[in-house]
Design a protein around this ligand. Structure first.
Ligand code: SF4
Length: 462
């Protein structure tokens, strides 16, 4: 993993007689890997909705005092990395729209037509104060919401184009929505006879909720005192983001019946079949390269070893993603085990190369530690196209594979050889065809058309 940024995680719970804010806190804690810039929780006590959010990690934003104020029966929470809009408190989520019929929204994804919706709202005299697409979604839903939230969503959702996994909180309901492509994940769990929604199954595990099923693409679930009601609002065309399986999801989260960890090991095994090499040791770039390195080592029958020790106390929060700090960051984070590496032919495994700067520094670290040969193996195809659906893979000009051949990337990072997993190999590991996943950052095949004149990248609404 090299310079990919996280995006967002959502968690919601409908559980009268439980401490829903505290449960949401723990759910968000498990989803912290999906965003470290801001965190927030909105709670309904059936009379009103209150929301607390701030910049920072979940453990920094909330304390006992705040959780004790957030009392109610239903809650939604959000952790955020800014994928549109700048990283300010104004853009933190959940997004609360107060009024006669208050709603709060937590969203993961990116709309590709948020500028159009913003214009439409402004023409109706509605002020958009932040720069994030979630605000326009929340304000549009609030504009149409009179009595029945389901009919409101059925009316409004067709105007949202892009990736949206969304939780909506009303006074008496928890609603989960997944866009027709299901680009971002959302799972349903059961807790104490009530229901939980989470971006990943690890959010269910942490509170002891039982996984029931994934929310389907194009599905709305409404959870209230009558139980759960499912409605299909659009013809599903499932295209789960394949990067969820490559990197984003926590290794202990499940997709169907398979752990992300297991799927990543399979990627490593297929990579070893496709691109074998004679070597002494397989070393992962921690932590993202570990499962694929295990799989590669198993398949190639080459010993697996740790070779780079990660300093786990370097928080990701305050390292700003500019070039200077990124370069400093590698030495702060990783230290090679010289005695393990010296004189060895190393297979170095990571899940992706985005800008190439981190890989280059790591190869350099291993050379300095005395590695005889370094064979870089990447358990996904070259990342040549930017993501418009909620992952900050940077502008195309910053993606090294967008403008350099594999041989040029190899020269840049300084390894002896460089091989990537093929798109076919990746799909095989994920047990799906090209029609089941979004693979656009590898193939340029965007399932949701990107408006020609709009590049929905960070800052587009500013
Ligand atoms: S473009 Fe890449 S990162 Fe974005 S949704 Fe598709 S597969 Fe995921």
């Amino acid at each position: 993993m090299d310079d990919l940024k996280e995006y967002c995680g959502v968690f919601g719970i409908y559980s009268p007689n439980s401490d829903v804010a505290r449960l949401t806190y723990f759910g968000l804690f498990a989803l912290q890997h999906r965003g470290q810039e801001s965190a927030g929780i909105a709670v309904s006590d059936r009379k009103d909705i209150v929301c607390y959010k701030d910049m920072g990690l979940v453990s920094q934003v909330f304390d006992e005092k705040i959780l004790n104020i957030l009392k109610g029966d239903i809650a939604i929470g959000h952790v955020r990395y800014s994928t549109t809009g700048s990283s300010t408190e104004l853009n933190a989520q959940p997004m609360l729209v107060s009024g006669e019929n208050p709603i709060a929204i937590a969203h993961n994804g990116n709309l590709v037509n948020s500028l159009d919706i913003k214009k439409e709202l402004e023409e109706k005299g509605i002020k958009i104060s932040g720069t994030v697409d979630t605000e326009v979604m929340a304000k549009k839903i609030a504009l149409y919401y009179k009595n029945d939230i389901l009919s409101t969503l059925l009316e409004v959702l067709p105007s949202f184009q892009g990736a949206y996994t969304m939780l909506v909180l009303t006074r008496d309901k928890l609603i989960g929505v997944r866009d027709p492509y299901g680009i971002r994940p959302l799972v349903l769990g059961k807790f104490n006879g009530s229901y939980v929604l989470s971006s990943e199954t690890c959010g269910l595990d942490i509170i002891g909720a039982k996984f029931i099923r994934e929310i389907e693409p194009g599905e709305i679930v409404v959870i209230d005192e009558e139980g759960i009601k499912s409605t299909t609002f659009a013809q599903p065309d499932p295209r789960l983001c394949i990067f969820e399986l490559v990197y984003f999801a926590r290794p202990d989260s499940k997709f169907g019946t398979r752990l992300a960890h297991e799927i990543r090991q399979e990627m490593g095994r297929i990579l070893a079949q496709e691109s074998p090499v004679d070597a002494d040791l397989v070393i992962p770039i921690p932590d993202s390269g570990i499962p694929a390195a295990i799989g590669y080592a198993q398949q190639a029958r080459i010993p697996f070893s740790e070779g780079l020790i990660k300093n786990r106390y370097v928080g990701r929060t305050f390292i700003q993603p500019d070039q200077r700090l990124r370069e400093l960051g590698v030495r702060l984070k990783l230290n090679p085990l010289k005695e393990v590496i010296e004189g060895k032919r190393i297979v170095l495994v990571d899940d992706s190369i985005v800008r190439g700067t981190t890989s280059r520094q790591i190869v350099n670290l291993l050379r300095e530690a005395g590695a005889k040969e370094i064979h870089m193996r990447v358990s996904s195809p070259p990342t040549s196209y930017p993501c418009f659906y909620g992952i900050d893979t940077a502008e195309r000009g910053q993606l090294i594979s967008a403008y350099k051949s594999i041989e040029e990337v190899r020269k840049y990072i300084g390894s002896d050889t460089l091989r990537y997993l093929s798109v076919e190999g990746l799909l095989r590991a994920c047990r799906g065809g090209a029609e089941s996943f979004c693979t656009a950052c590898f193939t340029g095949d965007y399932c949701i058309p990107i408006p020609q004149d709009i590049k929905v990248t960070k800052g587009i609404l500013e």
